[in-house]
Design a protein. Structure first.
Length: 158
């Protein structure tokens, strides 16, 4: 597994075939830029316009929201001491709202997109983000979304 994939796997629970981020290009506390190349063998191309496949808009939105989840991963973990040992407690961002969604370019097999997700504001349990998906120098899509924080069911709930 590449270093890039290891970083993504450590940050979010998504896995193939529903992982839509290949690598993190840059990141700070408020913004992340990621990349995804859609290969010809993606499962959804078989039925999404056979003969002229395009990436579904909902998949582009999901890729942007996964990028946002990677950005939030460090903010949503807490290290606690349990029986004298450090234990990382994780919380998960779950999308509760999407707004201002616009699709501007068609993304096809073989295309590489660059997603930018930025934190606009947050409360103790919710984060609002905005995202853009670029196809080269062209805006393919943009959206805003809100996530609520929930406990990871795989973590100890104490």
């Amino acid at each position: 597994m590449s270093q890039e994939k290891a970083e993504i796997y450590a940050a979010i629970p998504h896995r193939e075939p529903f992982l839509f981020v290949d690598k993190v290009l840059e990141r700070n506390d408020e913004k992340i830029v990621t990349e995804r190349t859609f290969t010809e063998d993606e499962y959804f191309f078989a039925g999404h316009y056979p003969g002229s496949p395009i990436v579904p808009g909902v998949i582009l939105c999901e890729a942007a929201m996964q990028s946002g989840a990677i950005l939030l991963a460090e903010k949503l973990q807490k290290v606690e001491t349990v029986d004298g040992e450090a234990v990382v407690k994780k919380k998960l961002p779950v999308v509760v709202k999407m707004t201002d969604i616009r699709f501007r370019q068609v993304v096809r097999p073989g295309d590489t997109v660059r997603m930018t997700a930025e934190l606009e504001f947050h409360t103790s349990m919710a984060y609002q983000m905005k995202a853009s998906i670029m196809l080269g120098d062209l805006l393919a899509a943009n959206l805003k979304f809100v996530v609520m924080v929930v406990q990871d069911k795989n973590e100890d709930k104490n």
